[in-house]
Design a protein. Structure first.
Length: 298
C-alpha cells in the first residue's frame, strides 16, 4: 500500500466547525489536485467497503482537513503541510490513513447532508468507520487509534466526544472488521466448494497443494479477487499494495501491479512483464486492448 506517499491527517478538535465539524472556510476548493498516493488510499478504502467514491479529494488552503459540501458537490479537503506534520507526530503513516477514513465515514454516513455542524454522535460514527476500515487494510488497533489518541481532547465538548469515547468507537469498528476476517478465513470459499464437488481430472495431491498455497494469502492484505476467463480454476488476487498475485502449487507469485489511467471509463490497468496490458472498468470488468472482456473483479 502506498501509505508512505500519503502524508494525511487531521486535528479533530472542538475549536473547529463545518459541514463535518472541522472547518469554517467557505471559499471555493483549491484547483490543486491531491497526490496520486492520496487518491490510491481513498480508492483502497472505497474498495474495502464496496462503494463508489462520490466525492473529490482536493488540496486546499485550509487549516487542517474536512469533509464538506460545496455547491452541491462533496469534497474532502486537506492542508498538505499540516497533515504531514500529523503523520510525523504519531510516528506512523497509518495515522493519516485513519483520518482520511474518518472523513470518508462522514460522507458515507450522510453527516455532511445535515446542517448544524459537528456533534459527538456523528464523530463517533466516523471514528467507528475509521477503525473498521483500518483493520480491513491491515492496521493494528494501536495504529488505528494513534492519530485520535494524540489529537482529541480528554473531555467531551458540544461538538466532539472525549478521547476515551473516541478510542472506544475506533476499537469497536476495528474489532467488528476483525471478527469478519476471522469468520471469513474459517468459512469454505464458494469457488473452492465448486471445485471440490464437480468431477475433475486433477490429482488430489495437487488440489491439496493449491488449497495450502491459498491459505498463505492473508485476508488482511487482499483487496479483491480477480477471475480470468482463460484460467477459471486459477487463483488471482489484488493486494492492498495493488499487486496482482497468482497463487500456484509452488507458492504466491507477483505478476503485475494495478495502476491508474486518465480514462474515467477504465480508470485502472495492469502493469506486467508476463502478460498483455489489461484494463479495468469502473465496475470491475477486465478487458484487453480490443475491448474484449477477459475477466472480472469480485
Amino acid at each position: 500500500m502506498n501509505k508512505l506517499i500519503l502524508m494525511l491527517g487531521i486535528a479533530l478538535v472542538p475549536a473547529l466547525a463545518s459541514a463535518d465539524g472541522l472547518v469554517t472556510d467557505t471559499r471555493t476548493p483549491s484547483s490543486d489536485v491531491a497526490t496520486t498516493g492520496a487518491r490510491d488510499i481513498v480508492q483502497e478504502i472505497i474498495n474495502v467497503v464496496g462503494l463508489k467514491a462520490r466525492f473529490e479529494l482536493r488540496a486546499a488552503d485550509i487549516d487542517n482537513a474536512a469533509a464538506v459540501v460545496y455547491n452541491g458537490k462533496r469534497y474532502i479537503l486537506y492542508n498538505e503541510r499540516f497533515l504531514s506534520e500529523i503523520n510525523n507526530a504519531v510516528h506512523t503513516d497509518w495515522g493519516g490513513v485513519s483520518i482520511i477514513a474518518h472523513e470518508i465515514g462522514h460522507h458515507l454516513n450522510g453527516h455532511t447532508l445535515a446542517r448544524g455542524g459537528s456533534n459527538p454522535a456523528d464523530e463517533l460514527e466516523a471514528d467507528e468507520f475509521s477503525g473498521f476500515v483500518l483493520r480491513k487494510l491491515g492496521a493494528s488497533l494501536a495504529e488505528a487509534q494513534a492519530a485520535i489518541n494524540l489529537l482529541s481532547e480528554e473531555e467531551t465538548s458540544s461538538t466532539h466526544p472525549g478521547r476515551n469515547y473516541r478510542l472506544a468507537a475506533i476499537s469497536k469498528g476495528w474489532r467488528s472488521a476483525n471478527d469478519q476476517l476471522v469468520a471469513s478465513a474459517k468459512a469454505p470459499q464458494p469457488d473452492q466448494t465448486a471445485i471440490a464437488t464437480r468431477p475433475t481430472q486433477q490429482r488430489p495431491a495437487i488440489a491439496q497443494q493449491r488449497r495450502t498455497a491459498s491459505s498463505r494469502v492473508d485476508s488482511r492484505y487482499i483487496l479483491t479477487k480477480v477471475h480470468f476467463s482463460n484460467a477459471p480454476n486459477e487463483e488471482f488476487y489484488v493486494t492492498t499494495r495493488l499487486q496482482l498475485v497468482h497463487v500456484t502449487d509452488k507458492g504466491i507469485k507477483v505478476i503485475g501491479k494495478l495502476a491508474r489511467t486518465n480514462d474515467p471509463d477504465y480508470p485502472y490497468y495492469f502493469q506486467s512483464n508476463v502478460m498483455q496490458t489489461l484494463f479495468v472498468s469502473e465496475r470491475g470488468a477486465v478487458v484487453n486492448k480490443k475491448g474484449q472482456r477477459v475477466g472480472y473483479f469480485t
